[in-house]
Design a protein around this ligand. Structure first.
Ligand code: ARG
Length: 274
């Protein structure tokens, strides 16, 4: 199956509220630049043989571009996010409609649980790594574990700058991942180290450039520009590093991975799992 990714053009993207430490309403985004950067990301993804599906952007939903937070994909099931903040919860009906229309089974968490989808839950090897505290809660991860019958490894996110798991952890292959250790407490670091054989540490300045927030397609990794050490480390292990300037999206606390949602096979044995 050829890889397939969901994106949403930034027609209505902007910094209209502040729900993470990166966002500052006085730093408005530059529309043309946001478009240029988003298109460069889409083109880089397409050039790797991925089919990119585009959602219709909606006025009044500036963060709809961050499709990673739509929900969590598991085979044909789409677990629709239960957002912590009301401003983002308004995105869910649009995501649900897209997934239903495109033939996926739409599921919801029980009320009272928060989960922000693929932003906080990433498959690596035989486990689903699950970030909690700021946006998703541990009960929501446990509920998901029962639904999908997979081992879920909750790790606490202790630095508010790294408020979603995909800002500080990025699986590359079974037993291989990027991470920024300081985003986790000692226990979380231990969980990651004991379940992932080879870890590449992303240094602080590059983690602040969202180096961990990368799109992985086979042995190619698309990440924000300005991460030279990461680019060298990837090359050393036989991966291709592709840099795309995404600074307009850093203003909202997002980068390459946040702007995408893998629709096929992230969970399937053989892709990221051994
Ligand atoms: N402004 C958005 C928020 O705070 C950014 C989301 C970034 N997404 C991600 N998967 N890390 O919710």
């Amino acid at each position: 199956m050829s890889p397939r990714i969901l994106m949403c053009p930034p027609d209505h993207y902007g910094i209209e509220y502040e729900i993470n430490p990166w966002m500052n309403r006085s730093m408005s985004s530059v529309r043309d630049l946001a478009f240029k950067q988003w298109r460069a990301l889409r083109d880089a993804i397409v050039s790797l043989g991925v089919r990119v599906e585009e959602m219709v952007p909606v006025a009044g939903l500036p963060d709809l571009v961050f499709t990673a937070n739509a929900g969590l994909m598991f085979h044909n099931k789409f677990f629709s996010s239960q957002f912590k903040h009301d401003v983002r919860a308004k995105e869910s009906p649009h995501f649900d409609a897209w997934f239903a229309k495109n033939g996926f089974e739409v599921h919801h968490w029980p009320s009272g649980m928060y989960h922000e989808g693929a932003g906080d839950a990433l498959f690596c090897g035989n486990a689903l790594f699950a970030g909690y505290r700021t946006r998703s809660d541990v009960h929501a991860h446990q509920w998901l574990a029962e639904q999908i019958g997979m081992q879920v490894l909750p790790v606490e996110l202790v630095n508010t700058r790294f408020y979603h798991l995909d800002t500080c952890f990025c699986p590359l292959a079974p037993g291989l991942a990027l991470y920024h250790p300081e985003a986790f407490d000692d226990y979380g670091q231990k969980v990651i180290r004991s379940n992932v054989n080879t870890l590449i540490s992303v240094c602080e300045p590059e983690a602040w450039r969202f180096g961990c927030n990368a799109v992985v397609v086979g042995k190619s990794v698309i990440h924000n520009a300005g991460c030279p050490q990461l680019a060298r480390d990837l090359t050393k292990i036989g991966y291709q590093s592709i840099e795309v300037e995404l600074d307009e999206f850093l203003k909202a606390g997002g980068s390459a991975k946040c702007l995408t949602l893998r629709l096929d096979g992230e969970e399937a044995a053989g892709w990221k799992c051994s």
